[in-house]
Each structure stands twice: as structure tokens, then as C-alpha cells.
Design a protein around this ligand. Structure first.
Ligand SMILES: *Cc1c(COP(=O)(O)O)cnc(C)c1O
Length: 398
């Protein structure tokens, strides 16, 4: 049996790999250079062009580009009319932004539990948490697998809730043949470098609703409009004239970032294919490894996986999750944990949230670990990762 590097054995790899990273090429750099040498580096035509690219790719009617996935979620909450005293239902197994966006609006995030096998928000738990104050559901396509759209849509229709999809992980995925971006009332993407395509920092909201679109546009640029039809006072004051008609923010993306995004979107199909290949290899490699639980695939979801999570069955291993994690690092395979349940953070604790709210999510958190998954991985990187997981699972087997 191979000795873990942590205990003095030879590491599986010489150089370290990380759980995720961007893939930026010469073409991307050239696209950015062109914008930098042009007239507009922000508020120019490249942003509108990138919005068109996203509309065409997803099939959604409108896209609004913003400067982060977090801003996208905040804008969606504003457009949904979420405010003081409202409740928004989301999952605890997500990045903090999925819940923080409700707090930005003075609303209270309410955490519904997740499915124990897919780790996605459980529609029955959403239903159980609805009160007269509930205004929206922010469902996260965790790791890229699309949430149970049909069930959530039905609940939202029954109770008059806005369905916001946090699709930071799932650009490129589809649900029963319909692309993400075209499923919920509003869909939020992130273009952070670990996500499927990147603009450095960036995000977007996709919607088929003209009404939400109008509000999203105002929210991301100060609540200022140049549209005469929306103005309250005399639009003919002069050619300089515009009006602020609501309170918005400066959440605009630059043309520099938009150029990078357009260039990356040209490669998204290849990125998605490569992610799928790696996931298929991992699924097969870990299917029968004692101590390792593989995330269950959702049949309705044609998934572009953002994260690959292995879950340790600690009852079958002679180690803690921390030991396994450190042992993976020593093999030079740097993992990450996605995520600490949001309401466990001190900020949420101080708001009155207590441990135990979502038992499935808390239980899942104890054993999970994201292993490397990104399109730029070589076959060797993938096989080294498989080797490291199997080596440690074998060594620590009870
Ligand atoms: C990355 C991420 C966000 C936030 O996106 P940023 O672009 O980093 O602001 C929101 N929700 C989830 C699930 C994410 O993974």
C-alpha cells in the first residue's frame, strides 16, 4: 500500500494543482487589447455586444451585464421588489452572496434544506418555509446541476413568489433541453475566474420579462434613465438631460471585461465538453471506492459541472475530513470545501440564526471536498487526482 505524502510517502504529483482556474489564451488577450486601444473602455458598445452573445447563447430575451455575480443577485432582488420585512428562501449550501443579496434589500434570508444525495435545494423544504412574508426563492444550481425547476416553478406560481436562479455554477447546463438563463424569472451568472467562463470579475442577469429588464437596467446604473418615456419631468430640458427615477448602484461592467467575456464565450462549448469528460471519468473512477460518496446526478439536468465534490463516508475511514484534506494537499492536489453552511458564519449567528436549521446540509458539509475540475486540466492532472483520492481512500480504509 502506498504511504500518503503527509506521512512521509512520495507525493502523487511534483507540482501543485488547484480545484479550479481560468483558461485565458492569446485570443482573449488580443480581444482585450483591441478594446484598450479603442475609444471606449467602459460604457461602450462591447458591453451591449456581450449582452447579445449571452442572449443568443441562452435563448433568453434580455441580458444585463454587471460587475459581479453578487451584483447580479442584488439587482435581481431589487427588480423583484424585495424590501424591508420580506423573506427570501435560499439554500445554506452556497456562497454567502446567495443569501447576502436579500440582506442588502432589508429582507431576511430563510434557509431551506437540501436533498441528501444531489445537495440541491429541496422543493418540499421550500414549501415548508413559506410564510405570508415570503417574496422570492433564490435557488442555486449547486455545482452546476440544475435545481428542480418544475417543482419550484409550481411552488412559486402557487404562492406568487419570484423565482430567481443563482446560476453562478451552471452556465452551459440545461434542464429538459432548455438552457439555463431561460428557466427562472431571473437567472444570475458569475464570471469570476473559477467559474466556467470569466471576465476577471463580472456577472449577468438573464430574463424574459420586459418589466424586470427595465428595473434591472435602472438598478445597475444609479436608477438613471435616458429613456424619455420613463421620465417624470420635461425630457426636452436639453440634450444633456437625464433623470434619476429610482435608487440604483454603479454595478456596470467595463468594455475591457466584456471583450474578455465575448472571447471566452466563443470557447464555452469546448469548456463544457471538457468539464463533462472529466466528470464522467471521476464518476466512473469513484463509483465503487469504499469511503467515497459521489454526488448523485440529476437526470433532468444536462450538466456542465462547475465543481466536482467527493463526500467522505467518515464511518468507513480512519481519518477526519481535515486529515484527508491535508493529505490531498500533501499529494499536491489542492482541494477546497464548498461550502460552510451560510448561517454558520458569525455574521449570521449574530443575526440570530442557529446551528441545526438544515440537518441535511450540515451533515453533507462534514464530509465534502471539491477536487480539481477545470477545462485546462491535462489527462495527467485528471489521473493524478484520481490516483490521489484512491490512494488515500485505500490507506485510510477501516
Ligand atoms: C461565485 C458565486 C456567486 C458570486 O459571484 P461573484 O461573481 O464572485 O460575485 C454567487 N453565488 C454562487 C453560488 C457563486 O458560486
Amino acid at each position: 500500500m502506498e504511504l500518503p505524502a503527509l506521512l512521509g510517502g512520495t507525493p502523487v504529483r511534483k507540482d501543485k494543482i488547484f480545484y479550479g482556474r481560468q483558461w485565458v489564451t492569446e485570443e482573449d488577450i488580443e480581444a482585450v487589447r483591441e478594446v484598450l486601444e479603442g475609444t471606449y473602455i467602459t460604457c461602450g458598445p462591447t458591453v451591449s455586444e456581450a449582452e447579445k452573445v449571452l442572449e443568443e447563447y441562452t435563448g433568453a430575451k434580455h441580458a444585463v451585464l454587471v460587475n459581479s455575480g453578487t451584483s447580479a443577485l442584488h439587482c435581481a432582488c431589487i427588480a423583484a421588489g424585495i424590501g424591508e420585512g420580506d423573506e427570501v428562501i435560499t439554500t445554506p449550501l452556497t456562497f454567502a452572496a446567495s443569501a447576502n443579496c436579500a440582506l442588502y434589500c432589508g429582507a431576511r434570508p430563510v434557509f431551506a434544506d437540501v436533498d441528501p444525495e444531489t445537495y440541491n435545494i429541496d422543493p418540499e423544504s421550500i414549501r415548508a418555509h413559506i410564510t405570508p412574508r415570503t417574496k422570492a426563492v433564490i435557488a442555486v444550481d449547486f455545482t452546476g446541476q440544475v435545481v428542480k425547476v418544475k417543482e419550484i416553478r409550481a411552488i412559486c406560481d402557487e404562492f406568487g413568489l419570484v423565482f430567481i436562479e443563482d446560476a453562478a455554477h451552471s452556465i452551459g447546463s440545461a434542464y429538459e433541453g432548455v438552457k439555463v438563463g431561460n428557466l427562472a424569472d431571473m437567472t444570475c451568472f458569475s464570471f469570476h475566474p473559477v467559474k466556467t467562463v470569466t471576465s476577471g470579475e463580472g456577472g449577468a442577469i438573464l430574463t424574459n420579462s420586459d418589466e424586470y429588464y427595465e428595473k434591472l437596467v435602472l438598478a445597475h446604473t444609479h436608477g438613471i434613465t435616458h429613456d424619455e418615456e420613463l421620465m417624470e419631468d420635461d425630457p426636452h430640458e436639453g440634450p444633456w438631460y437625464y433623470e434619476q427615477i429610482s435608487l440604483g448602484y454603479n454595478y456596470r461592467m467595463t468594455d475591457i471585461q466584456a471583450a474578455l467575456l465575448i472571447s471566452q464565450m466563443k470557447k464555452i462549448d469546448r469548456f463544457v465538453e471538457r468539464r463533462k469528460e472529466i466528470v464522467a471519468r471521476y464518476d466512473e473512477a469513484f463509483a465503487d471506492v469504499p469511503g467515497i460518496i459521489v454526488q448523485k446526478n440529476i437526470p433532468e439536468s444536462d450538466t456542465s459541472r462547475h465543481l466536482y465534490i467527493i463526500r467522505l463516508d467518515l464511518s468507513k475511514l480512519r481519518c477526519t475530513r481535515r486529515e484527508f484534506f491535508d493529505a490531498m494537499s500533501a499529494e499536491n492536489v489542492q482541494c477546497q470545501i464548498h461550502y460552510v453552511p451560510v448561517y454558520w458564519f458569525p455574521y449570521y449567528r449574530h443575526l440570530g440564526y442557529e446551528k441545526g436549521l438544515c440537518p441535511n446540509a450540515e451533515k453533507i458539509y462534514e464530509g465534502i471536498m471539491s477536487i480539481p475540475l477545470y477545462p485546462k486540466m491535462t489527462e495527467m492532472d485528471v489521473e493524478d487526482t484520481v490516483h490521489a483520492v484512491k490512494k488515500l481512500a485505500e490507506f485510510y480504509k477501516k
